[in-house]
Design a protein around this ligand. Structure first.
Ligand code: NAD
Ligand code: UGA
Length: 433
């Protein structure tokens, strides 16, 4: 089978490379010429562990091709995935201009039956909107089907998540389109992946509901962690005690500086807007979003309260990406926290293994350093924001001698409070005393 994927970002490129790995012939399209140029040379334009090997192998074996021309993918493919961005607009709703633009262009090249699949996260009703756009822009009358096939991969473990997903969701009206999608995902039947086959609207909502539920879990444990600090409880033990109940589960109960990234923040806001448009108030999700904003602000307040004034203090921020194993800084808590600290008069020295270049473009007034020790040199405090593996095993004896004052704010609870205090640090974490 030949398929086309429009949008070669985190989702499109992973999807393309993984389907090629299943033996399918894939044409990936992106309008960004620079991106396509580097992909043709086997260079991945962002950091995602393992993706380069998959791309290089499948390009060499002739199953994965790159182009800037949608026509090339549409003409040669039975199934066309839309995997372009759906960023948040100022009011929180999802901006569909890229998806709609792509739908229009696809329509102008269709010359026979095609299955058009949204992989992008899109508001409920978008599938039907795409159907209309395509019908109105077809250059010749032909059948086509619309499918919603939302993606649940996480950045940093995208390949594993795609190759071994918890489930595949397929929303469609047409039995023929469902059968084609099932055929495409056949290798996953062998590992007994559950398939959820439903209508388009339900599939679209499953994606937003899942991300919003994950966000709610994080905000829930973050609020509990703030209470733990006041009453002398240990949030990790609380999370363990809760998570062992199989109805709750242990995942996404790790406290920290709040959820970030290109999806949980924008998707919670977009779901609120979708509900608002239908006169429904989603109080729990609304509260999860507000708790997340408060959590970021609370991190700044905590650092200021413990250190006194931050005026002319130098802080060494370790980690900028919204989580480890990605260079993505979209809505990263580190950026909001750094801006908050700067507002309080602090000077920032920072280090992140892969996200520093892009972060420096957004926050020019910070000193980018060559490693964690360089960042800490002469600083008044360490503020650990992203739990990269290399920050889990810092030479603490060296860190304490490099610091001007022994403050250590561990916003990801990487270290043990008692051990850190025994080493002489004034150590503060999240939800543990
Ligand atoms: P991204 O910004 O990394 O990639 C989108 C790509 O689409 C860009 O390379 C852009 O140049 C390209 N594009 C835009 N308009 C185009 C056009 N007209 N023709 C060809 N290419 C075009 O975005 P992403 O992170 O991959 O997210 C894509 C979608 O998938 C979003 O809806 C997102 O919510 C969803 N999603 C993302 C993740 C994730 O982990 N990043 C996971 C699940 C779902
Ligand atoms: C998230 C979802 O987990 C994916 O299933 C989904 O496909 C994706 O959004 C999407 O729609 O784009 P991702 O944003 O890559 O994936 O990252 P997560 O691992 O979910 O982490 C999101 C944020 O929550 C990070 O800032 C992370 O540090 C934070 N987090 C996560 C916590 O603070 N505590 C936790 O217990 C888990």
């Amino acid at each position: 089978m030949h398929i086309g994927i429009i949008g070669a970002g985190y989702v499109g490129l992973v999807t393309g490379a993984c389907f090629a790995e299943f033996g399918i012939f894939v044409t990936c399209v992106d309008k960004d010429e620079q991106k396509i140029k580097s992909l043709k040379k086997g260079k991945i334009p962002f950091y995602e562990p393992g993706l380069d090997t998959f791309v290089q192998k499948n390009v060499a074996q002739g199953r994965l091709k790159f182009t800037t021309k949608i026509a090339k993918a549409v003409e040669s493919s039975l199934v066309i995935f839309i995997a372009v961005g759906t960023p948040g607009r100022g009011d929180g709703s999802a901006d569909l201009k890229y998806v709609e633009g792509v739908a229009q262009e696809i329509a102008s090249h269709i010359d026979g039956y095609r299955v058009i699949v949204t992989k992008s996260t899109v508001p409920v009703g978008t599938g039907e909107k795409i159907r209309e756009i395509i019908s109105q822009n077809l250059r010749e009358q032909t059948d086509f089907d619309i499918v919603s096939n939302p993606e649940f991969l996480r950045e940093g473990s995208a390949i594993e998540d795609f190759m071994r997903p918890n489930r595949i969701v397929i929303g469609a009206k047409s039995a023929q389109a469902v059968a084609i999608m099932q055929d495409l995902y056949k290798p996953l039947y062998l590992i007994e992946t559950p398939f959820v086959i439903t209508n388009i609207e339900t599939a679209e909502l499953i994606k937003y509901a899942a991300n919003s539920f994950l966000a709610t879990k994080i905000s829930f444990i973050n609020e509990i962690s703030n209470l733990c600090e006041r009453i002398g409880a240990d949030v990790h033990m609380v999370a363990k005690g809760m998570g062992l109940d199989q109805r709750i589960g242990p995942k996404f109960l790790h406290p920290g500086p709040g959820f970030g990234g290109s999806c949980l923040p924008k998707d919670t806001s977009a779901l609120l807007k979708i509900a608002e448009a239908h006169d429904v108030h989603l109080g729990i999700i609304d509260a999860a979003v507000r708790a997340n904003e408060n959590q970021r602000a609370y991190m700044v307040q905590k650092i200021r309260d413990e250190m006194g004034s931050l005026k002319n203090k130098t802080l060494a921020v370790l980690g900028l990406a919204f989580k480890p194993n990605t260079d993505d800084i979209r809505d990263a808590p580190a950026l909001t926290i750094i801006q908050g600290l700067q507002k309080e008069g602090a000077k920032i020295r920072t280090y992140d293994p892969v996200a520093m270049k892009e972060a420096a473009r957004q926050i020019p007034k910070m000193k980018c350093c060559k490693d964690a020790y360089d960042a800490v040199k002469g600083a008044d405090a360490v503020v650990l924001i992203t739990e990269w593996n290399q920050f889990r095993n810092l030479d603490l004896a060296r860190i304490i001698t490099l610091l001007r004052e022994p403050f250590f704010f561990d916003l990801r609870n990487v270290y043990d409070p008692q051990k850190m205090k025994a080493k002489g640090f004034r150590y503060f974490s999240v939800g543990r005393v």
